[in-house]
Every structure is written in C-alpha cells, then in structure tokens.
Design a protein around this ligand. Structure first.
Ligand code: SF4
Ligand code: SF4
Length: 205
C-alpha cells in the first residue's frame, strides 16, 4: 500500500513518544554528555599508531615503509623515514618514522591506511570528542599524539586485536623457525669444512 512505510514510522514514533511517559525502554533520547551509549566494536574515527611493550618510541610497529602515505586518498599522512635503524620491540633493527604526522582535519576516516599497512602498525581509533579551537596545529597530530599501546587496541577492538595478535605470533614463530634452521645449516656446513682439511692431511701421511 502506498505510504504504508510512512504510517508505520509515524506509529512507531507515537508509540515511543507516549510510551516514554510510562516506560524507560521507550525513552530513546540520550542526555549526552552526562549519558553515553556504549560504543560498538566496529566504530572508527581517526587512525593511531600501535606500539608493543611499555616504550612507545621503541615499540612502535611502523617501519616507515611509506605505503599508507602513498595510498591515503586525501594525502593527509606525511612521513619522514629515519636514516638509521633501531631495535624494535622484538630487538630486530628496523627503520622508524623520524616524523609521522596525520592532519585529521583532512582525514576522511576511510581506513585505507589500515588496510594497506603490511605491519599491523596503524589502526582506527574510536575517540570522537576532539573539538579544538586550534584549527590547524591542534588537528595536525604527530607520532607522539598518534601512539597508542597494543593494550589500548585490545580494549577498543578486542576481536580484531586478537586476530592480529595471533597472526603476528604465527609470523614470529615462522621467522624464528627459519632463522633456527638457517643457523643449524650454517653450523653443520662450518663443521664439514673444518673436518675436510684434517682428513686431507691424514691421507697425505
Ligand atoms: S583513514 Fe583514510 S584519509 Fe584518514 S589517514 Fe587513513 S587513508 Fe588517509
Ligand atoms: S603505518 Fe604501516 S604502511 Fe604506514 S609507513 Fe608505517 S609500516 Fe608503512
């Protein structure tokens, strides 16, 4: 029937309006900021940089590969790659961002930076109370402002963070197994080389 949807909508509105005088479940207005709705896990706003361990500078996962900077549609990420390497949270020497800025006044929360990052280093935050009267400097966030711990990531997106943790643990285990196998192969090759001249000398005698 033509207009059926409109009538249903009006009926629902009337039910909520009249019902709100007798039952709290029909009171749909939230008295923000005193009251807040719980955030859903899939909520997202602007990106942050994940770090592991207690030290945000040492534990930052970003290795300054510049992929997110290239892929960001409105070009609001600017990175300067370090000249040197420093140990990451696992002790492996890595390049790091000497400068990592995001202009959140331009960011459109598309999450493309998150999807293209091969290192699980950038994720979407849920923080939304970010108003400032400093339109330029206040919304240009540097790496210190962007750094958030992996514990924080686990709190705001538990399902996603658990999947990322499992995937990173699997990658680390594979890498460790590979380096162990390479070290074993190298030590057995060294043992064979050092054994050869000794048998040659013995044959000459
Ligand atoms: S969310 Fe989108 S617009 Fe914002 S920094 Fe990432 S890629 Fe750029
Ligand atoms: S956040 Fe990820 S994609 Fe962006 S520079 Fe760092 S490692 Fe590369």
């Amino acid at each position: 029937m033509l207009g059926e949807g409109i009538l249903k909508g009006l009926a629902e509105t009337a039910r909520n309006f009249l019902g709100s005088y007798v039952g709290k479940d029909r009171l749909t207005t939230v008295q923000y900021p005193e009251e807040r709705l719980p955030q859903i896990e899939a909520a997202r706003n602007f990106p942050f940089l994940v770090y592991d361990g207690p030290d945000w500078q040492q534990g930052m996962r970003c290795v300054s590969c510049l992929i997110c900077e290239k892929e960001c549609p409105p070009k609001c990420i600017s990175i300067e790659k370090s000249k040197d390497k420093k140990p990451d949270a696992t002790g492996k020497p890595q390049f790091y961002p000497a400068v990592f800025n995001i202009d959140v006044s331009v960011c459109m929360s598309c999450q493309i930076c998150v999807e293209v990052c091969p290192f699980e280093a950038i994720k979407m935050d849920v923080e939304f109370e970010l108003s400032t009267d400093d339109r330029f400097g206040g919304l240009l966030w540097n790496k210190e402002r962007l750094a958030r711990s992996n514990e924080y990531y686990r709190q705001i997106h538990p399902t996603e963070a658990a999947a990322v943790d499992a995937h990173l643990a699997e990658d680390r285990a594979k890498l460790e197994a590979k380096s162990k196998a390479a070290a074993e192969a190298k030590s057995s090759a060294t043992a064979m080389v050092s054994a050869q001249p000794a048998s040659g000398v013995a044959a000459e005698k």
